[in-house]
Design a protein around this ligand. Structure first.
Ligand code: AMP
Ligand code: ZN
Length: 467
């Protein structure tokens, strides 16, 4: 079975293979570091993480580049307000992004690098565009002439035929229906950061950084470019125009876009003020893995309507898998192997892979795993699960977790198993000593930390959970 991706450029599902042997070269538009990222942003970054992990799972080598936008209109506006240089102002949000990414278990791209370290490459690209007649100057700024690139609009399918000559837009972000020549280089204004260039003192427009950085590290044509759907137009359309007008070569083969995370049916965004940061949710006691699971479990081309109930359901789903994992670790199964369980594991792995191959359909992939867990739990209850089947079940969980990465508990804030066992021993000793205040306190303390104790005739059992 081939791996299929939905390509925004062709509007079709297409079988994927890299241009260059086994190596996938991919680029993702990174964060604009003027504030904490919200979990809408993290949806896009989680999708990229799932994508890169699955590509590796499929045997590909991945070279993934992500930019950090550390100069743009919003950054300049907010750093001026804070009375700081853009470098000082953006440093702390770059750090907070890295912390959030680590908490969310996002693998670090092979190269993650800020725009301001690539001003030279941007100037060089603008110079090439100018040489080929795609750029023009007006009042100290340099613009891309959309009318000079007949293919403009091919990604977003926007109709560029009626483009008005000379209609220009200054801002980095503009309304979706404003089809205008966009700034490659902006004339310097007093108080703003400024770089020297052949086009006069100024600073880059926002779009040029991604073309310059992607081509520097990945070549003039590469395999995959990702971002949220809000970037299709104008940002990615402009990236194509700048890159292809300069090189005459196709820029990107596969464009993959993640749908939005919504709150009350509106896009979660900083400007609308309807956002949660990761920190907001961690402070409320939710785990980063539950957030990761929630964002990853909905196929990336479907919108997610964010709710606290959805988050709780994600936590429960993870607990189910962890409890299953614990049951495997506890053992006590009859010796030998039941071939039916081995077959169930094979089916689950195939189902998982088939779902992921289908444009990263994580919902289908998860269904295969949960069906397996349900079946196997039933067989364990019936004594039909044998000691050698532990390896079968581990195989399924391992495949799941190389992509989803939510089962490990070390950094999760969840109470480690060894600590729980020690507290259970202490509770037994307290009960023997008839110190029921202490034994109840241990039980209630664990409950508050998401661990349930159950006293059975065989002794005290425990599981992760809140009910
Ligand atoms: P920004 O920091 O605004 O440049 O955005 C970083 C990434 O987050 C981009 O790929 C955006 O498309 C994406 N993004 C922004 N808001 C949302 C949202 N509500 N849901 C999903 N992705 C988003
Ligand atoms: Zn970009």
């Amino acid at each position: 079975m081939a791996l299929y991706f939905y390509n925004t450029l062709t509007h079709r599902l297409e079988p994927f293979a890299p241009l260059d042997g086994n190596k996938v070269r991919m680029y993702s538009c990174g964060p604009t570091v003027y504030n904490y990222v919200h979990i809408g942003n993290l949806r896009s970054f989680t999708f990229q993480d799932i994508l890169r992990r699955y590509l590796r799972c499929r045997g590909y080598e991945v070279y993934h580049v992500m930019n950090v936008t550390d100069v743009d209109d919003k950054i300049i506006r907010d750093s001026l307000k804070a009375g700081q240089s853009i470098a000082e102002f953006t440093a702390r949000y770059r750090t907070s992004f890295e912390e959030d990414a680590a908490a969310m278990r996002l693998e670090s791209p092979e190269r993650i690098t800020p725009a301001t370290e690539h001003i030279g490459e941007m100037i060089e690209l603008i110079r090439r565009l100018d040489e080929k007649g795609h750029a023009y100057e007006s009042k100290g700024s340099t613009y891309f002439r959309i009318g000079s690139f007949p293919e403009y609009g091919k990604l977003s399918r926007i109709d560029a035929s009626g483009i008005q000559a000379g209609a220009r837009v200054e801002q980095d972000e503009y309304e979706k229906d404003e089809l205008r020549d966009f700034a490659l280089w902006k004339a310097s204004k007093p108080g703003e950061p400024v770089w020297d260039s052949p086009f006069g003192p100024g600073r880059p427009g926002w779009h040029i950084e991604c073309s310059a950085m992607a081509m520097k590290y990945l070549g003039e044509s590469f395999d995959i470019h990702t971002g949220g759907v809000d970037l299709v137009f104008p940002h990615h359309e402009n990236e194509i125009a700048q890159s292809e007008a300069a090189t005459g070569k196709p820029f990107v083969r596969f464009w993959l876009h993640a749908e939005h995370l919504l709150v009350d049916n509106r896009k979660m965004s900083k400007s609308a003020g309807n956002f949660y940061t990761l920190r907001d949710l961690l402070d409320k006691g939710y785990s980063a893995e539950a957030i990761r699971y929630l964002l990853a479990s909905v196929p990336y081309r479907k919108q997610i309507n964010f709710t606290i109930d959805g988050l709780k359901a994600s936590q429960t789903a993870i607990e189910r898998l962890r409890n299953f994992q614990r049951r495997l670790e506890e053992g006590g199964f009859p010796g030998g192997s039941n071939s039916v369980v081995t077959e169930l594991a094979d089916t689950a792995c195939r189902g998982f892979t088939a779902g992921m191959d289908d444009d990263l359909n994580t919902a289908l992939a998860l269904a295969a795993v949960f069906e397996f867990v349900r079946d196997v739990n039933t067989r364990m209850d019936a004594g039909e699960f044998q000691a050698d089947n532990v390896a079968d079940a581990d195989r399924v969980l391992e495949l799941f977790d190389t992509v989803f990465d939510v089962l490990e508990t070390e950094e999760s804030g969840q109470v480690p198993a060894a600590e729980i066992e020690a507290l259970i021993a202490e509770r037994i000793a307290a009960r023997k000593a008839r110190d029921f205040i202490r034994s109840d306190a241990i039980r209630d303390g664990l409950k508050a930390r998401g661990v349930i104790l159950e006293d059975t005739p065989q002794g005290t059992r425990w599981k992760y959970g809140s009910a």
